[in-house]
Write a protein that binds this ligand. Structure first.
Ligand SMILES: C[S@@+](CC[C@H](N)C(=O)[O-])C[C@H]1O[C@@H](n2cnc3c(N)ncnc32)[C@H](O)[C@@H]1O
Length: 357
Protein backbone atom coordinates (compact mmCIF):
# COMPACT_ATOMS: atom_id res chain seq x y z
CA UNK A 1 0.00 0.00 0.00
CA UNK A 2 1.55 3.28 -1.15
CA UNK A 3 0.72 6.46 0.77
CA UNK A 4 0.91 9.69 -1.26
CA UNK A 5 3.56 9.24 -3.89
CA UNK A 6 4.43 12.11 -6.23
CA UNK A 7 1.57 13.08 -8.50
CA UNK A 8 0.98 15.77 -11.04
CA UNK A 9 -2.77 15.34 -11.46
CA UNK A 10 -4.89 18.48 -11.30
CA UNK A 11 -6.73 17.30 -8.20
CA UNK A 12 -3.41 16.88 -6.45
CA UNK A 13 -3.21 20.65 -6.03
CA UNK A 14 -6.23 20.41 -3.70
CA UNK A 15 -5.59 19.23 -0.18
CA UNK A 16 -6.76 15.62 -0.29
CA UNK A 17 -6.91 15.45 3.48
CA UNK A 18 -9.56 18.19 3.58
CA UNK A 19 -11.95 16.31 1.37
CA UNK A 20 -13.32 12.82 1.06
CA UNK A 21 -15.33 11.13 -1.62
CA UNK A 22 -18.44 10.51 0.51
CA UNK A 23 -19.21 14.03 1.70
CA UNK A 24 -16.73 16.13 -0.24
CA UNK A 25 -15.47 17.46 3.11
CA UNK A 26 -14.00 16.25 6.35
CA UNK A 27 -15.93 17.00 9.49
CA UNK A 28 -14.99 20.44 10.88
CA UNK A 29 -13.62 18.81 14.03
CA UNK A 30 -11.27 16.65 11.94
CA UNK A 31 -10.06 19.65 9.96
CA UNK A 32 -9.61 21.59 13.19
CA UNK A 33 -7.70 18.74 14.81
CA UNK A 34 -5.25 18.81 11.92
CA UNK A 35 -4.77 22.56 12.37
CA UNK A 36 -4.27 22.16 16.10
CA UNK A 37 -1.71 19.45 15.50
CA UNK A 38 0.30 21.80 13.30
CA UNK A 39 2.91 22.28 16.02
CA UNK A 40 3.67 18.55 15.99
CA UNK A 41 3.85 18.40 12.22
CA UNK A 42 6.25 21.38 12.27
CA UNK A 43 8.54 19.50 14.63
CA UNK A 44 8.28 16.34 12.56
CA UNK A 45 9.31 18.32 9.46
CA UNK A 46 12.16 19.84 11.45
CA UNK A 47 13.64 16.53 12.57
CA UNK A 48 13.47 14.92 9.14
CA UNK A 49 15.01 18.08 7.62
CA UNK A 50 17.75 18.06 10.23
CA UNK A 51 18.39 14.36 9.64
CA UNK A 52 18.64 14.99 5.88
CA UNK A 53 16.03 12.32 5.08
CA UNK A 54 14.74 13.94 1.87
CA UNK A 55 18.29 14.35 0.53
CA UNK A 56 18.68 10.57 0.70
CA UNK A 57 15.67 10.02 -1.56
CA UNK A 58 16.46 12.10 -4.62
CA UNK A 59 17.29 8.97 -6.67
CA UNK A 60 14.08 7.18 -5.66
CA UNK A 61 12.50 5.28 -2.76
CA UNK A 62 14.72 3.39 -0.30
CA UNK A 63 14.12 1.00 2.59
CA UNK A 64 13.20 2.88 5.76
CA UNK A 65 15.80 0.93 7.75
CA UNK A 66 18.55 1.95 5.34
CA UNK A 67 17.55 5.64 5.45
CA UNK A 68 17.36 5.54 9.25
CA UNK A 69 20.80 3.92 9.51
CA UNK A 70 22.36 6.54 7.23
CA UNK A 71 20.71 9.34 9.23
CA UNK A 72 21.66 7.77 12.58
CA UNK A 73 18.08 7.67 13.88
CA UNK A 74 15.77 4.88 15.11
CA UNK A 75 14.04 3.08 12.21
CA UNK A 76 10.84 2.30 14.16
CA UNK A 77 10.31 5.97 14.98
CA UNK A 78 11.37 7.27 11.57
CA UNK A 79 8.80 4.89 10.01
CA UNK A 80 6.06 6.52 12.12
CA UNK A 81 7.20 10.03 11.18
CA UNK A 82 7.31 9.10 7.52
CA UNK A 83 3.78 7.69 7.70
CA UNK A 84 2.48 10.88 9.29
CA UNK A 85 4.27 13.06 6.77
CA UNK A 86 3.05 10.87 3.89
CA UNK A 87 -0.44 12.08 4.82
CA UNK A 88 0.91 15.60 4.29
CA UNK A 89 2.43 14.58 0.91
CA UNK A 90 5.98 15.09 2.07
CA UNK A 91 6.89 11.43 1.69
CA UNK A 92 5.50 8.41 -0.10
CA UNK A 93 5.45 5.45 2.26
CA UNK A 94 5.05 1.91 0.95
CA UNK A 95 4.04 -0.16 3.98
CA UNK A 96 4.31 -3.50 2.12
CA UNK A 97 7.83 -2.84 0.87
CA UNK A 98 8.72 -0.76 3.94
CA UNK A 99 10.23 1.89 1.68
CA UNK A 100 10.10 5.67 1.74
CA UNK A 101 10.25 8.03 -1.24
CA UNK A 102 9.60 11.69 -1.85
CA UNK A 103 5.99 12.88 -1.97
CA UNK A 104 4.85 15.91 -3.94
CA UNK A 105 6.27 18.38 -1.40
CA UNK A 106 9.26 16.31 -0.29
CA UNK A 107 11.91 17.84 -2.57
CA UNK A 108 11.45 21.21 -0.81
CA UNK A 109 13.24 19.67 2.18
CA UNK A 110 16.26 18.77 0.03
CA UNK A 111 19.19 21.11 0.61
CA UNK A 112 19.90 21.63 -3.10
CA UNK A 113 16.37 22.06 -4.52
CA UNK A 114 15.76 25.36 -6.31
CA UNK A 115 12.67 25.85 -4.14
CA UNK A 116 14.25 24.37 -1.00
CA UNK A 117 12.77 25.37 2.36
CA UNK A 118 15.11 23.15 4.39
CA UNK A 119 16.87 26.11 6.00
CA UNK A 120 13.50 27.68 6.80
CA UNK A 121 12.47 24.43 8.50
CA UNK A 122 15.64 24.54 10.60
CA UNK A 123 15.53 28.27 11.41
CA UNK A 124 11.82 28.51 12.16
CA UNK A 125 11.98 25.61 14.58
CA UNK A 126 15.30 26.68 16.15
CA UNK A 127 14.37 30.36 16.46
CA UNK A 128 10.63 30.99 16.06
CA UNK A 129 9.05 27.89 17.59
CA UNK A 130 9.93 28.65 21.22
CA UNK A 131 8.78 32.30 21.21
CA UNK A 132 5.43 31.41 19.65
CA UNK A 133 4.43 29.73 22.91
CA UNK A 134 4.23 33.31 24.26
CA UNK A 135 1.72 34.64 21.72
CA UNK A 136 -0.92 34.93 24.46
CA UNK A 137 1.07 37.65 26.21
CA UNK A 138 1.81 39.41 22.93
CA UNK A 139 -1.90 39.59 22.22
CA UNK A 140 -2.33 41.60 25.42
CA UNK A 141 0.69 43.87 25.57
CA UNK A 142 1.96 43.92 21.97
CA UNK A 143 5.51 42.96 22.99
CA UNK A 144 6.78 40.53 20.32
CA UNK A 145 6.93 37.04 21.81
CA UNK A 146 10.55 36.70 20.60
CA UNK A 147 11.59 39.84 22.44
CA UNK A 148 10.11 38.49 25.67
CA UNK A 149 11.71 35.05 25.18
CA UNK A 150 15.16 36.34 24.19
CA UNK A 151 15.18 39.39 26.47
CA UNK A 152 16.03 41.61 23.48
CA UNK A 153 14.83 42.37 19.94
CA UNK A 154 15.30 39.55 17.43
CA UNK A 155 18.05 41.21 15.37
CA UNK A 156 20.10 41.99 18.52
CA UNK A 157 19.73 38.37 19.65
CA UNK A 158 20.76 37.07 16.21
CA UNK A 159 23.87 39.25 16.27
CA UNK A 160 25.19 37.55 19.42
CA UNK A 161 26.08 34.22 17.78
CA UNK A 162 27.44 33.57 14.31
CA UNK A 163 25.45 30.31 14.13
CA UNK A 164 22.18 32.18 14.68
CA UNK A 165 23.05 34.70 11.97
CA UNK A 166 24.12 32.00 9.53
CA UNK A 167 20.88 30.10 10.12
CA UNK A 168 18.81 33.25 9.61
CA UNK A 169 20.67 34.22 6.43
CA UNK A 170 20.36 30.69 5.06
CA UNK A 171 16.59 30.78 5.66
CA UNK A 172 16.37 34.19 3.97
CA UNK A 173 18.26 32.63 1.05
CA UNK A 174 15.58 29.90 0.84
CA UNK A 175 12.85 32.52 0.93
CA UNK A 176 14.43 34.20 -2.09
CA UNK A 177 12.48 31.61 -4.05
CA UNK A 178 9.31 33.41 -2.85
CA UNK A 179 10.75 36.70 -4.05
CA UNK A 180 12.16 35.42 -7.34
CA UNK A 181 9.13 36.54 -9.36
CA UNK A 182 9.31 39.97 -7.75
CA UNK A 183 13.03 40.37 -8.44
CA UNK A 184 12.36 39.20 -12.02
CA UNK A 185 9.72 41.95 -12.29
CA UNK A 186 12.04 44.79 -11.25
CA UNK A 187 12.34 47.27 -14.08
CA UNK A 188 16.03 48.24 -13.82
CA UNK A 189 16.50 49.34 -17.43
CA UNK A 190 17.12 52.98 -16.49
CA UNK A 191 18.92 52.28 -13.19
CA UNK A 192 22.64 52.90 -12.96
CA UNK A 193 23.40 52.48 -9.23
CA UNK A 194 21.15 50.41 -6.96
CA UNK A 195 21.50 50.28 -3.17
CA UNK A 196 20.02 47.13 -1.62
CA UNK A 197 18.88 48.27 1.82
CA UNK A 198 19.11 45.38 4.28
CA UNK A 199 20.70 43.38 1.49
CA UNK A 200 22.07 40.75 3.91
CA UNK A 201 24.75 38.58 2.29
CA UNK A 202 24.26 40.13 -1.14
CA UNK A 203 22.62 37.11 -2.78
CA UNK A 204 19.80 39.15 -4.33
CA UNK A 205 21.93 42.02 -5.60
CA UNK A 206 24.57 39.62 -6.95
CA UNK A 207 21.86 37.87 -8.97
CA UNK A 208 20.47 41.19 -10.26
CA UNK A 209 23.97 42.36 -11.24
CA UNK A 210 24.66 39.09 -13.00
CA UNK A 211 21.53 39.56 -15.08
CA UNK A 212 21.96 43.29 -15.79
CA UNK A 213 25.54 43.89 -16.85
CA UNK A 214 25.21 47.71 -16.75
CA UNK A 215 24.17 47.71 -13.08
CA UNK A 216 26.42 49.04 -10.31
CA UNK A 217 25.36 48.70 -6.72
CA UNK A 218 25.88 48.59 -2.99
CA UNK A 219 24.80 45.94 -0.50
CA UNK A 220 23.89 47.84 2.67
CA UNK A 221 23.27 46.05 5.97
CA UNK A 222 24.42 46.00 9.59
CA UNK A 223 28.23 45.87 9.73
CA UNK A 224 28.39 42.36 11.21
CA UNK A 225 25.94 41.08 8.56
CA UNK A 226 27.33 42.69 5.43
CA UNK A 227 30.75 41.08 5.93
CA UNK A 228 29.16 37.89 4.55
CA UNK A 229 28.52 39.62 1.20
CA UNK A 230 32.10 39.90 -0.11
CA UNK A 231 32.56 36.17 -0.85
CA UNK A 232 29.06 35.93 -2.37
CA UNK A 233 29.77 38.86 -4.71
CA UNK A 234 33.18 37.44 -5.62
CA UNK A 235 31.73 34.04 -6.40
CA UNK A 236 29.06 35.63 -8.60
CA UNK A 237 31.81 37.50 -10.47
CA UNK A 238 30.28 40.93 -9.77
CA UNK A 239 32.57 42.38 -7.07
CA UNK A 240 33.99 44.88 -9.56
CA UNK A 241 30.53 46.50 -9.81
CA UNK A 242 28.91 45.74 -6.45
CA UNK A 243 30.39 47.00 -3.18
CA UNK A 244 29.33 46.69 0.47
CA UNK A 245 28.47 49.27 3.14
CA UNK A 246 27.90 48.57 6.82
CA UNK A 247 25.58 50.79 8.84
CA UNK A 248 22.27 51.25 10.61
CA UNK A 249 19.39 52.19 8.32
CA UNK A 250 17.69 54.11 11.10
CA UNK A 251 20.68 56.49 11.16
CA UNK A 252 21.68 56.84 7.51
CA UNK A 253 21.62 55.12 4.14
CA UNK A 254 24.32 55.32 1.41
CA UNK A 255 23.63 58.56 -0.49
CA UNK A 256 23.49 59.48 -4.15
CA UNK A 257 22.22 56.31 -5.84
CA UNK A 258 19.57 56.67 -8.49
CA UNK A 259 17.60 53.72 -7.10
CA UNK A 260 17.05 51.98 -3.77
CA UNK A 261 15.68 48.50 -3.16
CA UNK A 262 14.23 47.31 0.15
CA UNK A 263 13.29 43.67 -0.19
CA UNK A 264 11.42 42.12 2.73
CA UNK A 265 12.54 44.94 5.04
CA UNK A 266 9.70 47.29 5.98
CA UNK A 267 7.37 44.47 7.03
CA UNK A 268 9.79 43.84 9.95
CA UNK A 269 9.03 47.24 11.49
CA UNK A 270 6.13 49.24 12.92
CA UNK A 271 4.81 52.36 11.17
CA UNK A 272 6.93 54.75 13.20
CA UNK A 273 10.11 52.79 12.53
CA UNK A 274 9.20 52.52 8.83
CA UNK A 275 8.72 56.30 8.68
CA UNK A 276 12.20 56.84 10.19
CA UNK A 277 13.77 54.39 7.74
CA UNK A 278 11.99 55.93 4.75
CA UNK A 279 13.00 59.43 5.92
CA UNK A 280 16.64 58.25 5.92
CA UNK A 281 16.22 56.87 2.39
CA UNK A 282 14.59 60.12 1.24
CA UNK A 283 17.49 62.13 2.70
CA UNK A 284 19.97 59.90 0.84
CA UNK A 285 18.07 59.86 -2.46
CA UNK A 286 17.89 62.86 -4.75
CA UNK A 287 14.56 64.03 -6.15
CA UNK A 288 13.55 61.68 -8.92
CA UNK A 289 15.39 58.67 -7.45
CA UNK A 290 13.45 55.42 -7.59
CA UNK A 291 12.50 53.24 -4.63
CA UNK A 292 11.50 49.61 -5.13
CA UNK A 293 9.85 47.81 -2.22
CA UNK A 294 9.45 44.06 -2.48
CA UNK A 295 6.72 43.20 0.01
CA UNK A 296 3.40 41.49 0.27
CA UNK A 297 0.28 43.60 -0.25
CA UNK A 298 -2.62 42.24 1.80
CA UNK A 299 -5.49 40.90 -0.33
CA UNK A 300 -3.38 41.24 -3.48
CA UNK A 301 -0.82 39.05 -5.20
CA UNK A 302 -1.09 35.47 -6.32
CA UNK A 303 -0.83 33.82 -2.89
CA UNK A 304 -2.54 36.05 -0.30
CA UNK A 305 -2.28 33.28 2.31
CA UNK A 306 1.49 33.85 2.40
CA UNK A 307 0.89 37.47 3.45
CA UNK A 308 -1.36 36.48 6.33
CA UNK A 309 1.08 33.79 7.46
CA UNK A 310 3.97 36.27 7.38
CA UNK A 311 1.79 38.74 9.28
CA UNK A 312 1.59 36.19 12.08
CA UNK A 313 5.37 35.73 11.93
CA UNK A 314 5.82 39.49 12.30
CA UNK A 315 3.47 39.57 15.29
CA UNK A 316 5.41 36.90 17.14
CA UNK A 317 8.96 37.82 16.19
CA UNK A 318 9.15 41.56 15.48
CA UNK A 319 7.14 44.74 15.72
CA UNK A 320 6.28 44.73 12.04
CA UNK A 321 3.25 43.67 10.04
CA UNK A 322 2.11 43.00 6.51
CA UNK A 323 0.27 45.93 4.91
CA UNK A 324 -2.43 46.75 2.40
CA UNK A 325 -2.08 49.11 -0.55
CA UNK A 326 -3.47 52.12 1.35
CA UNK A 327 -0.98 51.54 4.22
CA UNK A 328 1.92 51.52 1.77
CA UNK A 329 0.63 54.62 0.01
CA UNK A 330 0.41 56.51 3.26
CA UNK A 331 3.83 55.41 4.56
CA UNK A 332 5.50 56.38 1.29
CA UNK A 333 3.82 59.75 0.89
CA UNK A 334 4.57 60.59 4.53
CA UNK A 335 8.30 60.38 3.73
CA UNK A 336 8.27 62.20 0.40
CA UNK A 337 7.76 59.36 -2.05
CA UNK A 338 5.04 58.99 -4.67
CA UNK A 339 3.72 55.45 -5.14
CA UNK A 340 3.78 55.01 -8.91
CA UNK A 341 2.44 51.49 -9.23
CA UNK A 342 2.08 48.12 -7.56
CA UNK A 343 3.34 45.32 -9.79
CA UNK A 344 1.66 41.97 -9.20
CA UNK A 345 4.02 39.09 -9.83
CA UNK A 346 3.60 35.36 -10.37
CA UNK A 347 4.57 34.80 -6.72
CA UNK A 348 3.25 36.00 -3.36
CA UNK A 349 5.30 39.21 -3.32
CA UNK A 350 4.54 42.49 -5.11
CA UNK A 351 6.87 45.25 -6.25
CA UNK A 352 5.87 48.72 -5.08
CA UNK A 353 7.53 51.27 -7.34
CA UNK A 354 7.91 54.78 -5.94
CA UNK A 355 9.70 58.02 -6.82
CA UNK A 356 11.28 60.58 -4.49
CA UNK A 357 9.34 63.82 -5.04
C1 LIG B 1 14.22 39.92 6.60
S1 LIG B 1 15.91 40.23 6.27
C2 LIG B 1 15.82 40.58 4.53
C3 LIG B 1 17.12 40.36 3.84
C4 LIG B 1 17.13 40.54 2.32
N1 LIG B 1 16.71 41.86 1.88
C5 LIG B 1 16.29 39.49 1.65
O1 LIG B 1 15.31 39.82 0.99
O2 LIG B 1 16.64 38.30 1.77
C6 LIG B 1 16.14 41.84 7.01
C7 LIG B 1 17.54 42.39 6.88
O3 LIG B 1 17.57 43.69 7.52
C8 LIG B 1 18.81 43.84 8.17
N2 LIG B 1 18.72 44.86 9.22
C9 LIG B 1 18.01 44.78 10.37
N3 LIG B 1 18.16 45.92 11.09
C10 LIG B 1 18.97 46.73 10.37
C11 LIG B 1 19.47 48.04 10.57
N4 LIG B 1 19.15 48.74 11.67
N5 LIG B 1 20.26 48.58 9.62
C12 LIG B 1 20.59 47.88 8.50
N6 LIG B 1 20.13 46.62 8.23
C13 LIG B 1 19.33 46.05 9.16
C14 LIG B 1 19.06 42.45 8.74
O4 LIG B 1 20.41 42.26 9.09
C15 LIG B 1 18.58 41.56 7.60
O5 LIG B 1 19.63 41.25 6.70
Amino acid sequence: MLLNGPSTSATDTESAVDTDSATGRRAPAVAMLRLLGGFQVSQALYVVARAGVADQLTDGPRPVAEVAAAAGVRPDLLRRLVRTLAAERVFAFDADQDTVGLGRLGHTLCADAADSLRDVALMWMDTHYGPFAGLWSTLHDGVPAAEREFGKPLFDWLAEEQDRLDGFNAAMGNLLALRKDALDSLDLRKVHHLVDIGGADGTALAELARRHEWLWGTVFDLPHVVTAAAPVLREAGVSDRIGTWGGDFFESVPPGADAYLACFILHDWNDEQCATLLDRVREAAGTGARLFLVETVLDEGSAPEVATLLDLTMMGMLEGRERGRADWQSLLSGSGFRLDRVVQTGGPMCVLEATAV
